[in-house]
Design a protein around this ligand. Sequence first.
Ligand code: BGC
Length: 565
Amino acid sequence: MEQHWWQQTNIYQVYLRSFYDSNQDGIGDIQGVIQKLDYLKGLGIGVIWISPHYASPMDDNGYDVSDFYQVSPDYGTIDDFKELLDKAHSMGIKVITDLILNHTSDEHQWFVAASNPFHPEHHKYHDYYIWQPPKNDEQGQKMRPTRWMGWFGSPAWTYNEATNEYYLHIFSKKMPDLNWRNASMRQEMKEMIRYWIQLGVDGFRVDASNHLEKNWEFPDDFPGYHHFSSLPKHHEYLKELGSDIFVPMDLLTIGESGGASKEEALQYAGYGSNEFNMLIQFGHCWADVDDSNSVLMGKWAQGKLRLSSIKESFQNWYEMLENVGWNVIYWHNHDQPRIVSHYGNDSTYWFESASMLAVALYLMPGTAICYQGEEIGMTNVDYQELSMFKDVEVFTEYQNMLAKGLSHEHIMTIIRARCRDNARSPMQWSEAAYGGFSKVSPWMPSNGNYLTINVKNQLNQPTSILSLYQHLLNQRLSNENITHGKITFLDVSSQKDFSYLNTGTTEEYLVLCNFTSSKIMKSLNGLNLANYSLIYNNYFTLQNLENEQELLPYESQVWKRVISQ
Ligand code: BGC
């Protein structure tokens, strides 16, 4: 197995806008991250991944970049950014940034020129984006070139009157897609990437990396996602970046793709593949979607949790990359609901389920990513008004659901359970106003439960969720038995428990987790139970290990044994 520094570390995802506001303007910023570096160090973090820090009109909170070379004034200056790199590096923390390659903002100078035929550089930049002429309906009215839909629930084409063309945008209409077939655009992107590396960035999380290639035949399908997702040619672009920049510069690179076959997984994250070191995939993220009998599509259609799918996904990825590549493990990021609300129980069993979820994840092999606020059990938002939400996707989907005949109340319930804003509310540092995130009203409302769920309440409390995260993450920094172990799920098909063995070279961990709010009996028949000792139990009771092990609601137990050499 290849050995790399990024296998024995923990990544923490900072959602900059909501992490910590140092200058009291209601928006998280780079100085705010600097002020919390000690906190992150104590948590056992070796790498921070910062969500987009570039200049942006913030249609999609910075994923719509208007200038890749500028730091958004919302977040600070280039000097702040350099200071962050220096301070983090001096503490042994690496910094990776989001790299957005699929699209720009429509306010980026390339698109401004591309969309205006009178702009002096129109001809150079027009081909940086993807254009199609209108179709005409029977009455001669202009129609979109295809019925493709974007990921935020609106059509993927918008008309540009000045050129009498439609441009493609698979996210919001303010995020036109780049044409990766254009070599000079690719060249400019590579220069931009080198700029940030020269400044000292240690790597990138490459946003939407499986969407770079499109089907240029433009078939008129609905919703058409497969015409702009995971098409074979996108690997060519990634390999070009990998062999020209990522690999020679020894960066940490993490791609993003919904799923992948074994062959593709090896291309993305196989050793020596020249694409990424790891891949963020969504196999375990929506294990409760059921749109088979629903007017709603995809994640908005919530069904029963299929715990087996979560295990299948982790197992599948482990097997696909075992000894030939490297896995990342994470529960959720800024695009999914909070994990304790999604797969746990954020009311009656808040502590039990948050701690159980931590144990279930962080004793698995791979490199872990912890999402900001997860370490204190932050929950989904409690917003009552539509205006309290901020995500562009919420508003397009709200209209879609209204058009399907759903009532306002029903839609609000769905949005509160499934939307991306759940993960984006301000970090809860203390019981002070706005959860100590800022002294002024934040850019999006704080979750009302900051009075009880906050860092201050949990720091130095040995039985808190935060202490558990500190312990687990610090263990992972030094214990190869966990990060490089071999995982064996005990019963993938069970919809109640998430239990596995993680077998390292000198230690083995037996992890037993109850994913339900009822007591269950877990059969351990067939396992040799000798020599295990209990090292954690979120009910803090002494236990024996039996063939039929009782697990209370959301109980988790970690048993360890030394493997004789
Ligand atoms: C990011 C989203 C973003 C989208 C468009 C995704 O992969 O994680 O937050 O809206 O790309 O950039």
